[in-house]
Every structure is written in C-alpha cells, then in structure tokens.
Design a protein around this ligand. Structure first.
Ligand code: IVH
Length: 671
C-alpha cells in the first residue's frame, strides 16, 4: 500500500529530526566521549528511526545514521526465502557442447529458436525485490532456495536504484554484484599497505564486501551491479528475455549494454568468436564467459529445468588463458610490515596481452602444496585476469636437477632473523625499521596519498635519499636541507623547494593520516580514523590498554596487540619523538584531555553518585580536560559529593572547597 501524502511528509520531517539528533549524539559519544544521554535513550531514538525507515523505505538514504556502525550492526543476516529457486547454469566449454545444447532445445521445442547472448559477469548473484517501485529487499543467492538479507548493504551501491522509474506493483529481479577491476586493484593495494591478506580475485572481493555486517564497510568498497533476469512480477507484460532486458533498463535498473539477439545458433557462434581476449581485457570489469538464453519466455516453461539449472540457458566459459614457462629463480620481496613474499622468476612469456616474467607464490605453504621447484616447467595463468600465478607443475618435464624452495633463515635484505608468526602462513623479517627493504616500503607508504600526502616523494626519490644516506627513517625526512637535496641527481633548486614545501605542509596532516602513515600492522585508513577520533592524540593511543582498544567498534584483539607492540618498540618511539620535535602534529584538532570545559580544574569524588559509576565520572571529567585526585587539598577546585559522602566531604568543608552534586557536575561537563 502506498502511504498517504501527509503521513509521508510527517515521516520525512521526523526522520530528518531523528537523524540530526542521532548524529549529534554520535559526535558526543564517539568524538568527544561525553555522551549526553543514556544508551537506552540513544537506542530508543535509533529504533524509532529504523522503524520509520522500514515503513518508508523511500526515505532511507545511504547516509542515514541507521546505516552506520552500531546502528546498522546485526549479529548475523536474516534469511530470506526466494519466490522461486535461483538456479545455476550448466557450463559449456566449446562449440561442440553448445551445438549439443541447441540440439536438445530444438528436440524439445520442435523448432529453431532465437537466443540472447549476454556477458557472464563474475560477481555474486543477488535477488532484488521492488514493491510499488521501491527497493524493499535484497538477498544473496545462498543455497538457491534461501539467501541472506543484505538489503542495507545493497542500498550502499550507488548504481542500484532505490526507486524504479515506474511504480510497478511487484518486481523481483536477479543480478550480479561485482567489483570493477580498478576498485579491486585499489582495495588490494590498500590491504597490502595495511598488511592485511589480499583478495584472490574481484569476485571474492565483491562477496566479502557485500556480506559485511557493517554497511559502512560495504559502502567504502565501491561495488556495482548489473541485472539480467526477471524472477517474478505483477503488472508487467514481457514475453521475451530480450524484452525483459529492455524493460528493466527502461525502469532505471542497470542492464549491461552488451546484449545481442541471435536468430539461431550459428549467429550465437559468430558472436562468441567475436570475443577476443583483448576485447575481454578492455572491459572495466571481469567476465568469465557468455550466457546464452532462449529468447522466447513461453519456451522456458516448455523446456523446464533440472534441480540445478534451467534447460533454456547455458554458460559458455572462456578458456582461461594459460602459458607454460620455466622457473629460473625465487626472489623474496620484503613488504612494509616485513612480510616476505616469495615470487617465481620466469622465462618471459606472453599471456593475456602482457609479457609475464614473475608469478606470485603467495607463501611457503602454497609452494609446498604445488611442489614448485627451481628449474620446473610450470603452467601459469592470470588469476581473475590480473595477478599471474602458477597453476601446476609439469612433472614429466623434470630432469631430476630441480631444487626445492627453502625459506631462508635470514632476511635477504638486512640479514635479520626470519620468523613465522604462529597461526599465520607468512614469514617475516624481524629487522623492523632497521631493514632497508622495510624502510624503503614504509617511507614510500608514509609519503603516499592517504597518508602524509607528500607530493613528489615517490619510490624513486625515496631510494635516492636512502642510498645517499640522507635518511634512515621517516622522521629524517623533516630534517632534510636544501643543500642536501641539491647534491642529488635530477634535483634542481625548484624541485628541492617543492619537496621541502610539501614536507612542511604535511606536518599539519590530521592525526588519522599520521596514524595510517606510521604503517602499524593491521591499521588501515579506517582503523586509523577510529583510533584518532577516540584517542585524540598519539600519546593517549600509545598509553592505551587492550581493554580500552578492544572496546572500540571494529577493533579486535589482533589490531589491539599490533598497536601495543608498535608503541612498545623503542625504535618506533624514537622515530615518533623525532617527528614530534620536527613539529609534526600529534593531536586531533581538539584532543580530549587537553582542552575542554574543565581544563585545569581538579576534582575529588566522594560518596555514590546517582546514575554514574566512579569510573565513568572520572573518565568524563578527564575527557573534559579536568583532573581527578584522590585527596582534598587547598588546590582542589571541586569536591563532587554523592550519597553517603566520607571524610573527604568533611575536609572539603573545613578548607572551604566548593562542593557540588552529580547534577551540577553534569552541568559543568556540558558547558
Ligand atoms: S542467468 C536461471 N545471466 O552466473 C538463470 N547469470 O554460473 C540464472 N551470471 O549464478 C542466471 N552473469 O550468478 C545469468 N547474464 C547473466 C549472468 C549470470 C553472471 C552468474 C549468476 C549465476 C552464475 C552461473
């Protein structure tokens, strides 16, 4: 049922008001750490917003606080029963298979049929429900019968229309959520910087991003969508698959522009042959084949389906482009966080449009599992068409001279011991910032865009500076002099001036950028932001205990341990001191504890404060800039007296110190 106009207007106003209030409380809670209302009151506001947004989905926007951490957080996804099973497709790998498929179709229908050819998008399948033209439910395919309710996450995909161009009473469409090649590359680069495991291909990345409990993470992942099938509908007339695609496009749904109506199988084959590897490589997203569908929808019911797949469609899978080459050597790359990644050096070969001379071997376990040895002939392919990898070894090509890979005991760059963290596949160099390999990577990261954003300081210049002995760590950058730079190759007065200016400007980067720039393991841009907002200064973060860290949203024991390890390392502390001396900003704009309404005031608490534990009161006072002391003296500014105050109360009266109650304290805090 459509809502009446006055209801909708009222709902819109109330939603706006609720969002403003919740955002304000979020700010007080997360940023200032001074909640103005109890958790219960906050939850009530959020619940009201969520139920209004449920009742009026057209008013829900991706920027609503209900979509954020906390508000949008669910323990797990609800399950959704699909209106009809979301089937899979039968794969075919060559023209012969496809002719067999066409023969079966003609045998059952008794005539020549026309087909639609569509790209087979490599992502994950979803079912989207629109009621009265409004997007109300989105589910993953799941086991085909029952999927997971990922509506909130799907709403964050910009191309997904929250409302159709026409208020069709009921429409369920099927489509594919995918991650474009460039978004995938960027995400993996960020994960590498943060020392997090990489996604093997865009499909895994898309699936991992959509099945996040926090829609804000999904929103940051740059997902996209194509729809390709009408699953159920009322109030629509469609009699062909081609017509369905056109109709969905007309309703504003994203339909892939490549769709070809082929009058018979020969036309389909001509179409398939037109897909060269280059054409496929030029698409901004991955496709792993073409889908061939009978065009006439009436024939779909005639042909029917097996329990797994319809008989009216087939997935033609592109052959994976492979090549053979020889392993000429193993090299180890030292990452910013010290992870040693083995890479195979190959005899150069052409593969999917590029010359390949390296293949990632991921880690030692991978090499063992595939038994890859020096001198082996190997089959390689590009995983998701991007990163070349070794598919298999051809043992029949072995001469017996091949040598197994051995992880060195010492870092090939700095000679420090190589260690393996229990429970992880990766080996790491233990040299820390003393390892030039790690230093090179960590300085380049420090200067990069999302970090300190030092324009003009790329890998080539970092390596020049290191080689000239002008820098040993990131802090040395801020002590560079013009005369030092002028000694370097390719440095003139102008480029030296530019670099020094960029360095000076970077001193005022926000705390979260500095935190990210320091390259603490597992602290990516997002975690850095959470930490900066909560702690307000590097000093406070360095002093934080595990409990305070893990109490924060999205911070688990792994991140907490990594933060504590980083600040416990004397070499890291020395670098931070040097940065501080150089004038690099170490605090957020308004650091809790350093400014605030109670700045410079000393408090003593006595008795039980109504509605406030002793610990809470102390934290609130400290975060508003005040100090809490345990004994009353002439220097005490306020004694906060609760029920049953003790001797401190008596002492305060003797000394004439101002005595206040909990309500008065709250008033001071809110000033
Ligand atoms: S039609 C019953 N069309 O490929 C019809 N599927 O390997 C089912 N896919 O699970 C699907 N692009 O996730 C169809 N243009 C397209 C597709 C497509 C990608 C996916 C879909 C399906 C899988 C089967």
């Amino acid at each position: 049922m459509m809502a009446s106009v006055p209801d909708l207007v009222k709902a819109r106003e109330r939603i706006k008001e609720l969002r403003q209030r919740i955002e304000e409380h979020n700010y007080h809670y997360y940023v200032l750490d001074q909640p103005l209302i109890s958790d219960r009151e906050y939850d009530a506001l959020m619940q009201e917003l969520i139920s209004l947004e449920k009742a009026y989905p057209q008013l829900l926007t991706a920027d609503s606080p209900s979509q954020r951490v906390g508000g949008g957080l669910r323990e797990q996804f609800k399950t959704v029963q699909h209106p009809q099973p979301l089937l899979s497709l039968n794969d075919v790998f060559n023209e012969g298979d496809l002719r067999d498929f066409d023969r079966r179709v003609r045998a059952i229908t008794g005539r020549t049929v026309a087909y639609v050819v569509e790209p087979k998008i490599d992502g994950l399948s979803v079912a989207l429900t629109y009621s009265d033209g409004v997007f109300t439910l989105g589910a993953t395919r799941g086991d085909g019968r029952v999927g997971e309710d990922v509506t909130a996450n799907l709403r964050t995909i910009p191309i997904l229309p929250l409302r159709l161009k026409e208020a069709v009473p009921y429409l369920v469409v099927r489509g594919e959520v995918y991650m474009a090649k460039n978004a995938f590359a960027r995400l993996n680069a960020e994960r590498e910087q943060a020392g997090e495991p990489l996604f093997a291909n865009p499909r895994n990345a898309a699936a991992g991003s959509l099945r996040q409990l926090d829609p804000a993470i999904t929103a940051s992942r740059k997902l996209s969508l194509f729809v390709y099938q009408i699953i159920a509908a009322t109030g629509l007339k469609v009699d062909s698959q081609y017509g369905a695609l056109e109709l969905m496009a007309k309703l504003g749904l994203p339909v892939n522009p490549y769709r070809v109506l082929a009058p018979d199988l020969d036309a389909v084959l001509t179409e398939i042959r037109a897909w060269s590897p280059q054409r496929r490589a030029a698409l901004p997203y991955e496709i792993d084949g073409l889908v061939i569908k009978v065009n006439d929808l009436a024939l779909h019911s005639v042909l029917g389906a097996t329990s797994k797949a319809p008989r009216w469609a087939a997935a033609y899978k592109f052959p994976a482009e492979q090549a053979t080459s020889r392993v000429e050597g193993f090299i180890l790359r030292v990452g910013r966080t010290g992870t040693l990644t083995p890479t195979a050096v190959l005899t150069p070969v052409r593969l999917a449009g590029t010359t390949v001379s390296r293949a990632s071997l991921h880690n030692e376990d991978y090499i063992r599992a595939k038994d890859i040895r020096l001198g082996d002939t190997v089959v390689i392919q590009k995983a998701g068409d991007i990163i070349p990898e070794v598919v298999e070894v051809l043992p029949e090509k072995r001469s017996g001279e091949e040598e197994p890979f051995v992880m060195p005991k010492q870092c090939p760059v700095c000679g420090a011991a190589v260690v393996r963290t229990p429970g992880e596949a990766a080996y790491r160099c233990s040299g820390g910032l003393a390892c030039p390999g790690q230093v090179m990577e960590s300085i380049t990261h420090f200067a990069s865009r999302g970090a300190m954003d030092i324009m003009g300081l790329g890998p080539a210049i970092v390596s020049q500076l290191l080689e000239a002995g002008l820098i040993k760590d990131v802090a040395d950058l801020y002590y560079l002099k013009e005369k030092d730079l002028l000694k370097l190759e390719r440095f003139g007065p102008q480029s030296a001036k530019n670099l020094l200016e960029a360095l000076a400007a970077s001193k005022d980067r926000p705390l979260e950028s500095l935190l990210y720039a320091l390259g603490i393991r597992h602290v990516g841009a997002r975690v850095a932001q959470i930490l900066a907002r909560h702690f307000g200064s590097l000093e406070r973060l360095a002093a934080a205990g595990e409990e305070e860290l893990t109490a924060l949203p999205d911070i688990g024991p792994r991140i907490a341990a990594s933060v504590q390890e980083f600040f416990a390392e004397p070499r890291n502390r020395a670098v931070i001191d040097k940065l501080k001396e150089a004038g690099v900003r170490m605090t957020a704009e308004a650091a809790p504890g350093e400014t605030g309404p109670l700045k410079g005031k000393t408090f003593v608490i006595t008795g039980t404060l109504p509605g406030l534990s002793r610990q809470e009161a102390e934290t609130l006072i400290q975060q508003a800039g005040g100090r809490v002391s345990s004994s009353v003296s002439r220097k005490t500014d306020y004694v906060v007296a609760g029920e049953k105050p003790g001797s401190k109360y008596v002492r305060a009266r003797e000394l004439g110190v101002t005595i206040i109650d909990a309500a008065e304290l709250r008033r001071l805090l809110q000033q």
